[in-house]
Write a protein that binds this ligand. Structure first.
Ligand SMILES: Nc1ncnc2c1ncn2[C@@H]1O[C@H](COP(=O)(O)OP(=O)(O)OP(=O)(O)O)[C@@H](O)[C@H]1O
Ligand SMILES: [Mg+2]
Length: 408
């Protein structure tokens, strides 16, 4: 199977090349088109796995840039259920079939696909993104999936333009009243704490700690708690290219990686290298102090704002993990040498982020000052004390004391 690959750039769509997926096995080949290679503004859509050059690129697995705009665990559950309930005629077969099972209009990043040069961009549905007012119905449909009582209609709804973009949690893309896109992340019936309250609290604290975070809002729909995160890969009608850190570093899904490797990626491909290195170290310290253990390399992203330059996206998917759940969540290592999370190790590695000792200590103090005020922030967000209690061990722990001691 072959598809044309297009990229939206500054509001115009350009054909960049062709992707071929083998009929048997998972091998793929991508080749940039001669027109794209010859155009003065050409750039690589995935600089590590698909550098801009003539001739075919072969790989044993789908290139990271395409995986980044396909479904992850939640989307795969829906797609597989849809096959079981005969909503989809056949099970997607190749990795690229999963990517194409998602809607074009809500796809993450700026890539679009076409099988016929004169045909439309490939999309399974009608491209209409559910408005926020349909949130309760979307949550009901997701609940039905969790209890395995979903109908074909539920699956069509969830697999439609709401599109099960990446990630493991149940979610949908929704259109805000002003037309902008957002991601609504739903509760799961077996959640042991209010995940949306925790995520919004972490996002608010991160902003107070001086981190650039995605625009976020805590909302309720029929009493259910939902985090609403505005999409940063859209600017009005324009699409902005996105890559996960995993892809930028050329790693396979699930490779553990380390913060210092992301720093190396910034040095190689960054636009504001110094600014992003400092921002990344600030995020690293915040993740330690707010127990954001789910900081794997698909939870760090990059946006392309100038050709061939990749800038850290606003921070997203920040989740404080209470002590009881930490053993199950591996944390991204600070560096190749430092696997055990500690403030001392973070300070030790700061020079790899272009920071001198006093600069690092200033950032450490700023982040610690924001996180120690977590109860005040939670009260400002009107998080009930019962929900707050579940998070105390995420914000009050040995590393907080270490930060106060080493920051002074
Ligand atoms: N604000 C945003 N704008 C654009 N894309 C986003 C935004 N937030 C998240 N994404 C993309 O959507 C994916 C899924 O979102 P998110 O990480 O919040 O979901 P999740 O289900 O909590 O993920 P995980 O599997 O890490 O728990 C991200 O990996 C990222 O590619
Ligand atoms: Mg995530």
């Amino acid at each position: 199977m072959s598809v044309e690959v297009h990229v939206d750039w500054h509001g115009r769509t350009h054909r960049v090349g062709t992707l071929h997926s083998a009929d048997r096995g998972s091998a793929v080949t991508f080749e940039y088109g001669a027109d794209w290679l010859a155009s003065p503004g050409a750039f690589a859509v995935d600089p590590t796995n698909l550098p801009l050059r003539r001739g075919p690129h072969h790989a044993a697995q789908l290139f990271g840039v395409f995986q980044d705009c396909g479904p992850d665990r939640w989307g795969r559950v829906l797609i597989e259920r849809a096959v079981r309930r005969q909503v989809l005629g056949s099970k997607p077969y190749r990795e690229m079939d999963y990517v194409l099972a998602l809607e074009d209009s809500s796809r993450i990043g700026a890539l679009r696909f076409r099988s016929d040069p004169d045909g439309p961009f490939l999309t399974p549905g009608d491209g209409r993104i559910p408005p926020l007012v349909q949130l309760a119905a979307l949550i009901n449909a997701a609940d039905a999936v969790h209890s395995e009582t979903e109908t074909a209609r539920d699956l069509r709804f969830l697999l439609g333009s709401g599109s099960p973009i990446g990630g493991a949690r149940p979610k949908s893309v929704v259109a805000l009243p002003d037309g902008r896109l957002a991601i609504a992340k739903f509760p799961k019936p077996d959640d042991t704490r209010d995940m949306a309250a925790g995520e919004i609290l972490a996002m608010a604290l991160a902003a107070k700690a001086g981190i650039r975070v995605a625009e976020h809002r805590w909302i309720h729909s029929k009493g259910r708690s939902v985090s609403l995160i505005s999409r940063f890969d859209r600017d009005g009608g324009r699409r902005i290219p996105f890559l996960s850190a995993n892809t930028l570093l050329g790693l396979s899904p699930g490779d553990p990686g380390a913060y210092t490797q992301i720093a190396d990626g910034i040095r190689q491909f960054g636009e504001d290298v110094r600014g992003d290195l400092h921002e990344l170290w600030r995020r690293l310290v915040f993740s330690l102090l707010a127990s954001n253990y789910d900081d794997h390399l698909r939870n760090h992203g990059f946006l392309m704002k100038s050709p061939d330059k990749w800038s850290l996206s606003p921070a997203y998917d920040l989740n404080p993990v209470p002590e009881i759940d930490r053993a199950r969540t591996p944390k991204t290592a600070l560096s190749e040498q430092h696997d055990t999370p500690s403030i001392e190790a973070a300070l030790d590695a700061a020079s790899r982020f272009g920071l001198r000792g006093p600069e690092a200590k200033t950032i450490l103090r700023e982040v610690a000052a924001a996180v120690v005020n977590w109860r005040k922030q939670a009260r400002q967000l009107r998080i009930p004390s019962g929900s707050m209690a579940a998070y105390s061990s995420a914000f009050e722990h040995g590393l907080t004391d270490e930060a106060v001691r080493l920051g002074s």
